[in-house]
Design a protein around this ligand. Structure first.
Ligand SMILES: [Zn+2]
Length: 336
């Protein structure tokens, strides 16, 4: 449940018809790992914290240096030589005290990559080297974890989202024909990092909203021409990972508020009143009464193929019930 402070803080997102209260409660329980707290990580982390991602993990072994500050806008001049993850944690918790920021002041390598990835739902790659990108890709591809990747150099950036199905970063890595990612050695126009990290933050929020992420596609953004090209990606047959087709159920989750039962027409659905038995008897609007406190125990008796509509008096309990069903894997759930 969201309290009054949260309802106020997240109001502009809650007003979106594709976002909803349920998405916000999912964000509250979300665990997102940001690998790299530099130019990409700076704006990404601010957006994730502001949006209410409940747990943000930040992995970066570096300290803040003067030459970082053109692009790493999370940090202040007064914080030079401080640990990036610690400075980031302090800044993010000032922005949103309702979230939990965990710091990992360590370089991602074979000894820690699986532990870090498996303790988060979504991995955002904000690293600046291919070794880390491939390491993240390999674990995410084998574990089917969502990996939101970006890289940029000079005035060009690349952006893609992988989920282990169909194609992965390793499939396309050689075709990208990029030999460097170091901004320090090759230069970077800083706002380009803001554009790419904003795309990364958007895809994270879309994931928790149950919306389709951009997939099987590489976006190349040219900051000089302000041009964006989309390249369709397909698996490399020589890739070490097999990339099965994406199961349909993983990309379409249906949970919506209904204005009225009449809007469903003659569709077949199970109507459940989640109020108490006493309330149901006093004001019976139809369906079966299963009080919210008993709903979880009854889930096994419901068909996952059937549309389920929950109602109560104000909509609050039916929404919580709806969320409970979605969390248990039901995909065709509505609330009144
Ligand atoms: Zn692959």
């Amino acid at each position: 449940m969201l309290n009054e402070d949260e309802l106020t803080r997240y109001h502009s997102h809650l007003m979106l018809d594709w976002f909803s209260y349920i998405t916000q409660t999912r964000l509250k329980r979300a665990k997102v790992l940001c690998v790299g707290a530099g130019g990409l990580g700076s704006l990404l982390l601010l957006y994730l914290a502001a949006a209410g991602i409940g747990e943000i993990g930040i992995a970066d072994p570096d300290t803040i240096s003067l030459s970082n500050l053109t692009r790493q806008i999370l940090y202040q001049t007064s914080q030079l030589q401080q640990s990036k993850v610690q400075a980031a944690k302090e800044r993010l918790e000032q922005l949103n005290p309702l979230i939990n920021v965990k710091t990992y002041p360590e370089k991602i390598d074979n000894s820690n990559v699986e532990r870090l990835i498996m303790s988060h739902d979504v991995i955002v790659d904000c690293s600046d080297n291919f070794e880390t990108k491939l390491l993240l890709n390999d674990v995410c591809a084998s574990k089917k974890k969502l990996l939101v990747m970006a890289s940029a150099l000079q005035h060009k950036g690349h952006f893609a989202v992988f989920d282990g199905y169909h194609v992965c970063y390793r499939c396309i890595f050689e075709q990208l024909n990029i030999t460097h990612t170091s901004c320090h050695e090759n230069g970077i126009i800083s706002p380009l990092l803001g554009i790419l990290s904003s795309l990364q933050a958007l895809e994270v929020l879309k994931f928790y909203a149950g919306k389709d992420n951009i997939r099987d596609c590489l976006i190349e953004y040219d900051a000089m021409a302000l041009e964006q090209k989309h390249f369709k990606l397909s698996a490399n047959p020589k890739c070490r990972f097999s990339h099965p087709s994406r199961p349909a159920a993983s990309i379409h989750i249906n949970y919506k508020r209904l204005a009225s039962l009449e809007s469903l027409g003659d569709k077949n659905y199970l109507l459940i009143d989640v109020r108490s038995e006493r309330e149901h008897q006093h004001d019976n609007r139809g369906g079966v009464c299963i009080p919210l406190s008993s709903l979880k125990a009854k889930l096994e008796t419901f068909s996952r193929a059937q549309m389920i509509v929950l109602y109560c008096s104000s909509g609050k309990r039916s929404l919580v019930g709806c969320e409970m069903l979605v969390d248990e894997g039901f995909t065709n759930v509505f609330w009144l």
